[in-house]
Design a protein around this ligand. Structure first.
Ligand code: ADP
Ligand code: MG
Length: 590
């Protein structure tokens, strides 16, 4: 294992590395930093988003800067204002122990004369969007005629956004003998064109294979009827209580509408698109980063700059017009070594597009079912239960204990538990008890995932093992198959949540399951399984009376009175309110 010391970083940078808490270099850092430090060479470096490319060029750039020279020596071009600010911030952190280092970020939507003034005060490194850079060159507000390093960061995104002309133009103002460092997640044609045209014998570093999306992202698709799209979105959110997501729509109008509906329905959501003013966008991004927004609904263009590490789900509310854009969307999750899920909600007619996407990302999709109402209720209930189990007791309550004891003196523990959970559960339950199955069967996609039809009936189980125990759905499936000595497809519909999961087996295997888990411990903890009410005709299934398929009932209409309870999620309602007041882009406050 290489350390940052071994890469050749100087003392000041190593101190910053320690402050940042980086333990070891990422792969791209490991490969790129030594080359950039020791040679004066052009470089083309390809690595997934979230793999630490900023530091891969940032550290060498700072170390190679001559602080006795006031001139601008490095230019970093980056596609969006967001990214520029982020890179500039990162550079400041890297140069924390080098007070003489000066960098300036220049981008549109802020005062150009302020930025020019900052540049005049000294900028060893300029971090710029191509548009604003071009503008400042035209107005002679910057001088890049002596730069030694030009970095094209997120080159694929810049070209995607149509900056080819700007970039070639900007490069024409830079000296011949500089070095160009190109960093990109993917290598489409235009990127290799840039590399061929503007770079001399670049060293090529590729982490992973070109153009594939990260392996720690799972891709799922859900087939519904077009009119159920919004309901599907809500259910996907409800079945993932801790969701922190980016929802992609195709147009600004859809983006705004979906966000507004979500807000109306009580979700902490916001829209991000080009019709918002810069300050509105900043506020949204700040709230998203601060996790006061759980679902950020965005257009592709507006989302380009989003570089938030903990996004758990990317939801393709609609597929992008250009299939290639899917890679960029899904790459917003699964960053910085975390795992993520990219979900696609599609109508039957679009299913074939999934195949094309699979060819591009070189990964397969899993077809999944939109959860039923009762499944959502179960997940929410168990999520809340687990949260309560882990809750740190606030001893301020102690002095009220005698009063509370008195009040509940006649309630058994069972009753107390039931009452306690009913407070939240009933709201979800009442909303979902009459909801219908909105999945559309796609006959031609039998080979996808786990949605095969089964003859002898199927049983669904709850098990108290989950992500926290180190399982993803595939590992849990394997674990169950092996433990139960079942065949390859005998365990299906495996859904892993944080501390628990669900899975199906055919009814004929039910005895095996019960017997095996009768007395089973995992890492010293008793493993419980339980029949889930979801698939069986239990109390909750709401069949017969009050069926929801009939006329006069639609989830869409009902949603007006349904305010999503903040059911055991981690989002601070106090913050939410505060945030709602400040902004205009939603009609309703939440
Ligand atoms: P990329 O440009 O490849 O998309 P970033 O440079 O934005 O990725 O880095 C993603 C995240 O990983 C950032 O939060 C960054 O601080 C963090 N990071 C970078 N290098 C390391 C490292 N060596 N160890 C731990 N975290 C790192
Ligand atoms: Mg980057």
């Amino acid at each position: 294992m290489t350390t940052f010391q071994e890469l050749g970083l100087n003392e000041a940078l190593l101190k910053a590395v320690a402050d940042l808490g980086f333990e070891k270099p990422s792969e791209i850092q490991d490969k790129a930093i030594p080359v950039l430090l020791s040679d004066d060479t052009d470089i083309v470096a390809l690595a997934q988003t979230g793999t630490g490319k900023t530091a891969a060029f940032g550290f060498p750039l700072i170390q190679k800067t001559d602080f006795n020279n006031r001139q601008t020596q490095g230019l970093i071009l980056s596609p969006t204002r967001e990214l520029c600010m982020q890179i500039a911030n990162e550079l400041k952190l890297y140069a924390k122990h080098i007070p003489e280092f000066k960098s300036v970020a220049i981008y549109g939507g802020a005062s150009i004369s302020d930025q020019a003034a900052q540049v005049r005060r000294g900028a060893h490194v300029i971090v710029a969007t191509p548009g604003r850079m071009q503008d400042m060159i035209n107005r002679k507000m910057v001088d890049i005629s002596n730069i030694r390093y030009c970095i094209l960061d997120e080159a694929d995104e810049m070209l995607n956004m149509g900056f080819y002309e700007d970039i070639t133009n900007i490069l024409s103002f830079t000296p011949e003998n500089k070095n160009t460092w190109l960093f990109s997640a993917t290598m489409p044609q235009e990127v290799s064109t840039i590399a061929k045209r503007f770079m001399k014998n670049p060293v090529e570093i590729t982490i992973g294979s070109k153009n594939t999306s990260a392996k720690n992202i799972e891709h799922e698709f859900y087939v519904i009827q077009g009119r159920d799209r919004y309901i599907a979105l809500k259910r996907l959110a409800d079945v993932n209580p801790d969701i922190f997501s980016l929802v992609f729509c195709r147009t600004k109008r859809d983006t705004q509408q979906v966000a507004e509906k979500l807000i109306e329905d009580g979700y902490s959501a916001a829209a991000l698109h080009g019709d918002l003013s810069q300050s509105q966008r900043d506020t949204v991004m700040k709230s998203f980063r601060g996790k006061q927004i759980q679902m950020l609904v965005a257009t592709d263009v507006a989302a380009r700059g989003i570089d938030v590490d903990d996004i758990t789900h990317v939801i393709n509310y609609q597929l992008p017009d250009e299939i290639e854009t899917y890679t960029h969307r899904s790459g917003r999750t699964g960053r910085a070594g975390k795992s993520g899920v990219s979900m696609v909600i599609i109508a039957k007619s679009e299913v074939r597009k999934i195949k094309s996407i699979e060819r591009i990302i070189k990964q397969t999709f899993k077809q999944k079912d939109i959860p039923t109402g009762i499944e959502i209720c179960e997940v929410q209930l168990l999520h809340l239960a687990n949260k309560i189990k882990q809750t740190h007791i606030n001893h301020e309550i102690d002095r009220y204990l005698p009063t509370l004891q008195d009040l509940f003196v006649d309630d058994s523990k069972d009753e107390l538990i039931k009452k306690f959970f009913s407070v939240e559960f009933t709201r979800f339950f009442d909303y979902y008890k009459k909801s219908k199955d909105i999945n559309t069967q796609v006959a031609t996609f039998k080979d996808f995932g786990d949605s095969e039809s089964r003859s002898g009936g199927s049983v669904r189980y709850f098990i108290n093992l989950g992500d926290r125990d180190g399982f993803d759905w595939m590992q849990l499936k394997d674990f169950l198959r092996e433990s139960l000595e079942l065949g390859r497809d005998d365990v299906y519909k495996v859904d892993v949540k944080d501390s628990f999961s669900f899975f199906n087996v055919d009814a004929s295997h039910a005895d095996k399951v019960t017997t095996f888990f009768e007395n089973f411990a995992f890492k010293g903890r008793r493993v419980h399984i339980e029949l889930s009410q979801n698939e069986s005709k239990g109390r909750f299934s709401g069949g017969g009376r009050g069926e929801s398929r009939g006329k006069g009932f639609s989830e869409g209409r009902r949603s007006k009175d349904f305010k999503k309870p903040s059911f055991g999620n981690n989002f601070d309602p106090a913050k939410k309110k505060d945030f709602g007041k400040k902004e205009k882009w939603s009609k309703k406050k939440y």
